[in-house]
Design a protein around this ligand. Structure first.
Ligand SMILES: *Cc1c(COP(=O)(O)O)cnc(C)c1O
Length: 241
């Protein structure tokens, strides 16, 4: 009983948050000269319990993102619908690739050659193709994972030699910014790298995803060309660790 009493208000606030986010996304999409349908919405579900996640799925969310392999695997049996599209968005260690390939349709956080090759190897073993994004450490921050911008071309070319991996684009978490214009300048750099990547016409790739924007800055990201926003706390409220 206490469980239901405490979860009902959270369901309602998720509904309110979702409506608000969707309308802001639509507005930013139109401002950027695109259609709302051109922007993919991801609910970032890390730290949240399956009942809350499933509630967002019942509202029409069709993509979830988790940043830890173990946490995602622990939730799989409880997701409804079980086959909801899942992406890994957090740093991935090579020794965990085996557990996640075939579970997620996309790994957004590919940032090294050994990781790329292990994803290829495990995907081949399982007979699947894994979509990937290259994660760029756009601010070149020492404390962050992700590829230095200068290494993108090399890794992108290497992905063309991996028949079980399909490169779909780029992802980044820019440095924390004081102002919207500062945030937009990072997003705009990412957009230029993304356009450069598209223009290389790499064999085997299908560059259509620029994953930028979180709770604090998804509108700014859309205005600069993001095609996929990853929203956690603005939807679910603050994370409880
Ligand atoms: C946690 C996380 C998000 C969502 O962050 P919010 O600010 O809560 O929206 C997005 N992307 C990545 C990579 C994350 O780890």
């Amino acid at each position: 009983m206490t469980e239901r009493l405490s979860i009902e208000p959270r369901f309602r606030s998720i509904e309110d948050n979702y409506k608000e986010i969707i309308s802001r996304i639509a507005e930013a999409a139109v401002k950027s000269g695109r259609s709302p349908a051109d922007i993919r919405f991801m609910a970032v579900t890390k730290t949240h319990e399956p009942a809350l996640i499933n509630h967002t799925l019942s509202l029409g969310v069709d993509l979830i993102g988790e940043n830890k392999v173990q946490e995602l695997l622990g939730k799989l049996d409880y997701l409804e619908p079980p086959d909801v599209e899942k992406h890994l968005i957090g740093h991935l260690q090579t020794n965990k690739v085996r557990k996640i390939v075939g579970v997620v349709s996309m790994i957004q956080s590919v940032d090294s050659l050994p990781l790329l090759h292990e994803i290829e190897r495990q995907s081949a073993l399982k007979g699947v193709t894994t979509d990937i994004l290259l994660e760029i450490n756009i601010g070149e921050e020492a404390a962050k994972t992700g590829l230095p911008p200068g290494d993108v071309a090399e890794l992108a070319e290497a992905s063309a030699d991996c028949p079980h991996v399909r490169l779909r684009g780029l992802m980044a978490v820019p440095p924390v910014c004081e102002t919207e214009s500062e945030a937009r300048s990072w997003f705009s750099r990412m957009k230029r790298m993304y356009e450069d990547l598209r223009e290389t016409n790499l064999p085997g790739a299908g560059i259509d995803t620029l994953s930028l924007g979180m709770s604090a800055d998804y509108e700014a990201a859309i205005l600069e060309g993001s095609t996929l926003v990853r929203v956690g706390s603005a939807l679910f409220g603050l994370r409880r660790y």
